[in-house]
Structure formats: C-alpha cells, structure tokens
Design a protein around this ligand. Structure first.
Ligand code: SF4
Length: 385
C-alpha cells in the first residue's frame, strides 16, 4: 500500500465563481455569451477542459490571454483537494479521499480491469454522489456516517476529471499490452444514494456523456440504487441508456430490513415492479447486487429464495454476488466454496450470476472505509496532541 498525504481539507471560503464543470454544453455557451464572449468560445473552452484536460485556465493556450485572465476571476474548474491517495499493491485500485470546499470528505475510486472473455480492458471510476448517506445500510461504512449533503453536478464531474487527467499523464498498460489512457466506464456506487440526489446525478451523467465532454457512453455508466422506487420510475423515462443496478442483498423483506432500513419504505415487491417498468421502457437488463455476508444471507435457503424471487425476471435480471469487504460492523466474507454453492443454486432456479472480483481489500476500497479510517486517525492524533 502506498499513501501520499496531501494538504488537509480545511474548510475554505465559499467560491462565488461559476463552476463550469457543473454546466452542460448549452449552459456553458449561454454563460459565455452572457459574459460578452462569442458563442464559438464554448467549443474551445469545452475542448480545453474535457479533451485536452487542462487543469487550469492559464494552461488553455487556445484561448486569448485576456479571456483566460477573466475566466480566472469569474469561473472555476477546480478539483476538490486531495486529502489522501492510496493504491492497492497491484496498482489496479486507486482510491482518493477528497475534501470539498466546505471540508466534507468524499471518496472516489479508479479500478483497472484487464481484458476478459466479457470484454476489453477498462478503467472504471466509482464516484460519490453525496457526502455521507441517509439510508443507513448496516454493512456500509458510509451508512454509519449519516447524511451530510448532496454533491453538486460539478463536484461529481470533478471526481472523474481527476482520474481522466491521471490516466492521460500515466496510462495503465493492461496485461495484454493495451495502453488504457482514458476513463472507459463509470459506476455511481461510491458514497451516497444517487437517486436521492437525482437531479445532480443525472446532470453530471449528461455532462460526462455529452460529445463536447468526456464522451463516456451511457451504456458504460451504471447507476446503483438501494431501490428508491420513484427515482427508478423517473430514470425509466429518461432518454438515456444507462445501466441500472439494484442493491438487493437479501431474498426477503424481513431479512433485508435488518440490514437495509429503506426496505420498510420500499418493499422488494415494489422495487421489482419498478424494475420491470425500467426494463420495458429502456430494454436494458438490470443487475441485482447481493453482498454476501457470511452466516447472515449466504445459506442454501437464501440462494433458493433469491432464485425464486428473481426467476420471473429471467433474462431481464442478473445477480452480481459481492463477498463483503470487512467493515467496522464486523461482517465476514463467505468461503469460495460457499459462494460456488450459492451460485449453483441460483443457476438451478434459472438465474444467472457472476462474482464481483474483490478489489483493493488492502486499501479499504468499499465506500466510506477510507474516510472512516482517516477520521479515526485524525481523532487519535488530536487526542494525543
Ligand atoms: S450502501 Fe449505499 S445507500 Fe446504503 S448506506 Fe451505503 S451509500 Fe447509503
């Protein structure tokens, strides 16, 4: 594990300048025109931000010097402050702890995957959409923090830009020799519930997808939710082809409510109805995430019950089994043998599944763990001071 401690994320004065990273291309053009600039400058500015990946206005040589100076006083494309950067031993998982201007801490993870029978090598960013989270899932370190605030669209986009620049500067060479120098996939699975921050999440998604932006295809983006039914139904109406993942984690409401309190508001049956609507409207398959907690939800009977629950969806749904990362809550991942038995029982019920490769256990990669660890270290050092 490598750690680089950067400046501490103290609270900074609110930035009154316009956050260009939170603007769609049309908004960027309108804003520039409002500042008395010709509309064509929007293309040049977007090109500098998203294609050349300039980290500051003074590095945008295609723009006149006078405009660069004006932008510096009127606008920002600033990244959050890097509080810590850790990388797994194999270098394929890199996690950032970022301090926002108000001192809130969030996490962003880059995961590098070699080519496999399922597809080419890829660089996936896991972004946060909120500081903290209101939903209190017991297996999740973020869930223990409580809700702090929604991230703005610009704060979500900035997380992706950070790693886009890093990959441009230092491409990763996949085992097959293929250089990966850009972000290929996005998962909205970091801290927070994306559909609780619906408008900012969708706006960030559009900015990252737009031709003048990073051009990440909607089919390469996955929005993960605990099952907020109104948000799923709203997403079904969007003219976007994003992937939807449902954090299910239990085969029935009673068991799910023990680890996921949101179940009391949106029972599994309602979530599955919304999923059917989503599939009908978008034609996209939905993934059901199932964190395997040893001795809690990984028994044969749970696999059979899960299989029976999802069998009616058949080809419309796929189960992604995730052996839990060890968190403060003290859960343990099941053995490989248990996982194989679980998958086999799903298969018998006609439900397809895969096992998510465990990533970055040596760097506390699951959401909220790095922040929890850093906060503890900080408290310990304050207590010693
Ligand atoms: S799993 Fe997702 S929804 Fe649940 S507490 Fe963690 S961040 Fe929130």
């Amino acid at each position: 594990m490598t750690t680089s401690d950067a400046p501490r994320g103290d609270t900074l004065a609110p930035d009154r300048r316009a956050d260009l990273l939170g603007m769609t291309f049309d908004e960027l053009r309108d804003w520039l025109v409002g500042q008395g600039e010709p509309a064509y400058r929007a293309q040049q500015l977007a090109e500098a931000i998203y294609h050349r990946l300039a980290p500051a206005f003074d590095q945008m040589s295609a723009l006149p010097a006078a405009l660069r100076e004006r932008l510096d006083t009127l606008a920002t494309i600033a990244s959050p402050q890097v509080r810590a950067l850790v990388a797994s031993k194999d270098g394929r998982t890199r996690k950032l702890l970022l301090a926002l201007r108000d001192g809130r801490l969030i996490e962003t993870v880059l995961m590098l995957y070699p080519a496999s029978p399922e597809g080419r090598a890829r660089a996936t960013i896991c972004v946060s959409t909120q500081a903290g989270c209101a939903y209190g899932c017991t297996f999740c370190a973020t869930g223990q923090m409580g809700f702090e605030r929604h991230l703005t669209a610009g704060e979500i986009v900035a997380q992706v830009l950070y790693f886009a620049r890093e990959l441009r500067e230092r491409p990763w060479t996949a085992p097959d020799g293929q250089p990966i120098d850009r972000v290929t996939n996005l998962v909205f699975m970091g801290m927070g519930e994306p559909l609780h921050n619906y408008d900012n999440t969708l706006k960030a998604l559009r900015i990252l997808n737009m031709p003048e932006g990073l051009r990440i295809g909607a089919r390469h983006m996955t929005v993960s939710t605990v099952g907020l039914v109104p948000g799923i139904l709203r997403l079904a109406e969007e003219p976007l082809q994003v992937n939807l993942a449902i954090s299910l984690h239990a085969p029935n409401n009673e068991m799910r409510a023990r680890t996921m309190p949101v179940t009391r508001k949106y029972p599994i049956e309602q979530v599955l109805d919304a999923v059917r609507t989503y599939v009908e409207h978008t034609g996209r398959q939905v993934t059901f995430e199932y964190v395997l907690l040893s001795g809690v939800n990984d028994a044969d009977e749970h696999a059979r019950e899960l299989g029976r629950l999802l069998a009616p969806l058949r080809q419309l749904g796929h189960v992604n089994l995730i052996p839990v990362n060890q968190t403060a809550a003290g859960y343990q991942p099941p053995s490989g043998e248990r996982i194989r038995a679980f998958r086999e029982l799903l298969r018998i019920e006609g439900v397809t599944s895969s096992v998510r490769a465990e990533r970055g256990d040596d760097i506390a990669a699951a959401c909220g763990q790095l922040r929890t660890r850093e906060t503890r270290l900080q408290s310990a050092s304050s207590a010693r001071a």
